[in-house]
Ligand binder design. Sequence first.
Ligand code: BG6
Length: 278
Amino acid sequence: NDAAGNLERVVLSGPKGSSVEIHVYGATVTSWKSQGHERLFVSKQAKLDGTKAIRGGIPLVFPQFGPGPLPQHGFARTRPWSFVGASEHGEGISATFELHDNEETRASAWPFKFILSYTVDVTATTLSTIIKYENTDTQEFDFTSLMHTYLRVPDIVHTTVTGLESTIFADKVKGISAQESRAEITVAANEDRVYENVPGIVGVRCAGETVSIRRFNFKDIVLWNPWAEKAREMADFGDDEYTQMICVEAGTVASKISLRPGQTVSCGQLLTVEKDAN
Ligand code: BG6
């Protein structure tokens, strides 16, 4: 932390005014600017002093999604990661961060040895975030993991989510499972759904622009908005901020990823800003 108590962060400036900011705490991406606009939502009430997972941006969920033996969403989002380095390439710039097991994680309910290597890459129109998970233990382990992306939207009421039609979802608010019938989903209440085995590209459209989400090796999509009442209950979220955000979270959470000793797997997402043709 610096003298003012703010957390250490890395800022990358890409082409055409694009940029990305990553807090070393949780390796949380806290800003992505593309084509002159901020694309990620971070609450004005987010804790940025390392006392709580950052409310907004892209917190990394690992090795446990949701509640369970570990704290909610696991430990990766509340640990300091190491900044390995940054490098420019033809289209943009990327930075890599690492998280290794330590005494604390080995003493947790998930006691394995591992290395996570996380690369954030920005170009004029894209942000890609990729994690390589490596089992450095002598036994097999499994985990769930997700990129808890808080997208900034001009107005939730005029936001639609596409690409989820026909998939099965578990609705955590209603406690039911069902098949999605809508090609274009709008959110108008507290939504907390896990869409399982989503086949293709998911889009979030508002005000003539779409942010498309392409995944690789991540099976599921979580859709979350706390809406008014739950927003009021959250200390690190403004009462009216639910109108400016939607969480569309790429991960594997309905099933587990398993790795044998020495194995690695890379999973990630590519976010692209696309203007509507008209
Ligand atoms: C979502 C979960 O991914 O994250 C929700 O599906 C949860 O159930 C939300 O409320 C926020 O979690 P947290 O721990 O950051 O408040």
